[in-house]
Design a protein around this ligand. Structure first.
Ligand code: ADP
Length: 613
């Protein structure tokens, strides 16, 4: 008979597998989900069950003694209880993986399960159990009321599992998870059939440990350690990225401060009576510092875009005005190049849109600047047409040139940052950032950019973008349409301005620029000094306040100024912190206006006009 050889082999096998699973499970870090929690209990149950079984073999089968019958009975009853608990857990496992749709039911089902299980266990413990011992084969077997209840409980849970699986049979995600159940059904049936022929041959314990082994591969237990490592790596990358953005914005600030001095002084020099030869060089200094400023702005923009911090700020604006400004700027950029600059504007474009004027201007200007840079002879055509539907105007903006063109294989790489292809003319200045920024900005505004280019013949860049039409603008249309204030100085004698900046060079630049308006200028080097001046009763018509100052920032100084009774002087922020969105931030902080360093003369004119004229 089989059992002669197997009565110790199979239980020990089952114990070894259960122990192995137990160690594997606890040595590895696991995700804390419902599935692994139930599986953990099944493993614990499996180990207790197989240990008890081995215990029974050792005490009852190998060292049988009639006086110890009660002990054998107790051990067998406990073993039966572990089977019942294990089956209940198995049912709960199937229930919890298949019941996402009725989440709330889970706790209810768990409570009912506990009560039903307690009844089964109680019954098993109180009703009699019969132990048979076969002294020839050193084997024992149990039957009686307790075993009948155990069989009933197992059939009950198996039936419930079959119902659950039947309900969820069409859920493809669960098929692999039901496999251990199918194996459980088949192997349990086989073990019962074997037992029918040889009542002493019991492999139920092996069935359970085998099922647990199969389940181990189906439970959703991603390698937690790997996830942790990935999370750490991601955090580090995020930190490095944030550090990069911080570095770039402080670098921009640091570069802008000396640039402010270079631009300011060279502009002053240019306007002074200097010999023509010197004038030419000063012009070059201005042009070079403007290029440097463009590069700083480009790097800042791209780092903001990459950090998802670039915002599109919509407001009412006149597209015609943007168009006219772009035409003026492009003509200025063409300088001595004798290019045929063709301008085509669709007059049916509505006067006021709601959009981000600055960004629209920036993207088109980049295309126009590129055309000027990469075209030696021939033409540049700047054309805008429109399609209007309801309150949306689709702008089709194209910039075409007869320039160097772009090779077909380079077209795809065109919008990648730091990509430049003008191998024919490496003297053209640029960073390869412009088109990368342009594309991102256009997409941020919900538009598209398309390129057609034939190498050696020319290129055509087209931007298609929707802008909302404003029928009843809040802003003054005349003001919106008037072109940028010219940079002619006007007389403001009798007006008093206080300039606050911790950098002496910046103060000198500001003073030089303001001197031209015949203003009465006072300068101080900190927020504290500014407060002292005001508190001492000095009256000013305007305060120009730097933000990034040690100990007390411009924003903090403004807060203190506002606390002073009777203080109504307009305060304008004058800062090198010029990344987009900053103007809005400062206006929100309570400043009356915003001036970026290096100071743009037209902007300075606008501000002085607004507050002093
Ligand atoms: P940059 O002009 O600063 O190099 P961009 O991102 O604006 O950077 O352009 C990337 C590259 O695409 C340029 O270096 C140039 O090789 C090519 N390119 C852009 N516009 C044109 C154009 N209109 N004609 C020919 N080549 C162009």
């Amino acid at each position: 008979m089989l059992s002669t050889y197997t009565n110790t082999f199979f239980p020990i096998c089952s114990f070894v597998i259960s122990l192995f699973l137990f160690c594997m499970f606890y040595l590895k870090k696991n995700t804390e989900n419902m599935e692994t929690k139930v599986y953990q209990r099944l493993i614990n149950g499996g180990l207790i069950e197989s240990s008890l079984y081995v215990g029974i073999i050792i005490t009852a089968d190998l060292f049988y003694h009639p006086n110890l019958l009660t002990l054998y009975e107790i051990l067998n009853k406990l073993l039966s209880c572990t089977y019942v608990i294990w089956m209940a857990l198995m049912f709960y496992y199937i229930f919890s993986i298949s019941s996402d749709s009725f989440e709330k039911l889970k706790s209810k089902v768990l409570n009912i399960l506990k009560i039903v299980n307690a009844i089964f266990i109680l019954l098993i413990l109180i009703v009699p159990i019969d132990i048979y011992f076969d002294p020839i084969k050193y084997n024992s077997n149990s039957s009686g009321m307790a075993i009948n209840i155990l069989s009933f409980a197992c059939c009950f849970y198996l039936g419930a599992m079959i119902v659950l699986i039947f309900i969820h049979r069409k859920n493809p995600g669960l098929n692999s998870k039901f496999v251990p159940c199918y194996i459980l059904f088949i192997l349990l049936t086989v073990s019962l059939i074997i037992r029918y022929f040889d009542p002493f041959f019991n492999v139920t314990s092996n069935v359970l440990s085998f099922v647990l082994l199969i389940m181990y591969s189906t439970i959703e237990n991603p390698d937690v350690r790997m996830i942790e490592q990935l999370n750490i790596a991601r955090e580090q990358a995020d930190k490095a990225n944030a550090a990069k953005t911080d570095f770039l914005s402080s670098m921009s600030h640091e570069i802008r401060t000396p640039l402010n001095a270079i631009v300011g002084f060279s502009q002053n020099l240019y306007e002074d009576n200097i010999p023509d030869s010197a004038k030419e060089q000063v012009e070059d200094i201005i042009s070079a510092s403007n290029s440097l400023l463009e590069i700083v702005n480009g790097i800042l923009d791209i780092s903001k875009i990459e950090a998802n911090k670039l915002e599109i700020i919509n407001d009412e604006y006149s597209f015609k005005k943007v168009f006219d400004e772009l035409v003026i700027l492009t003509r200025a950029r063409m300088g001595e190049k004798t290019l045929d600059f063709r301008v085509v504007y669709d007059e049916s474009i509505p006067p006021v849109f709601f959009g981000d004027k600055t960004r629209i201007k920036q993207v088109i200007l980049n295309l126009l600047t590129n055309s000027v840079k990469y075209t030696k002879t021939g033409f540049i055509e700047f054309k805008v047409s429109s399609v209007i539907k309801d309150d949306v105007c689709r702008l089709i903006i194209s910039v075409e040139d007869s320039g160097v063109g772009i090779k077909q294989e380079n077209i795809d790489k065109l919008f990648t940052k730091f990509q430049r292809f003008e191998e024919r003319n490496t003297t053209i200045e640029g960073t390869g950032l412009g088109l990368a920024i342009t594309k991102k900005l256009v997409e941020l505004m919900g538009g598209q950019i398309i390129v057609h280019s034939v190498y050696g013949e020319g290129s055509k860049f087209t931007i298609v973008i929707n802008q909302r039409i404003v029928k009843n603008p809040v802003k003054n249309i005349e003001e919106m349409h008037s072109l940028a204030v010219n940079s002619e100085v006007f007389d403001l004698s009798g007006k008093k301005v206080l300039v606050v900046d911790d950098n002496k060079l910046n103060l000198k630049v500001a003073s030089k620029l303001l001197e031209k308006y015949s203003l009465d200028i006072e300068t101080v080097v900190s927020g504290f000094e500014c407060l002292d001046k005001i508190k001492a009763g000095n009256k000013y018509d305007l305060v120009l306040l730097d933000d990034m100052m040690p100990k007390m920032s411009g924003v903090e100084t403004l807060k203190e100024l506002k606390k002073i009774e009777g203080f109504t002087t307009p305060v304008v922020i004058l800062t090198a912190n010029a990344i987009s969105g900053m103007k809005e931030k400062y206006l929100n902080d309570g400043f009356n206006d915003y001036l970026a360093k290096p100071i743009d003369k037209a902007e300075l004119n606008r501000v002085l006009k607004a507050f002093l004229k």
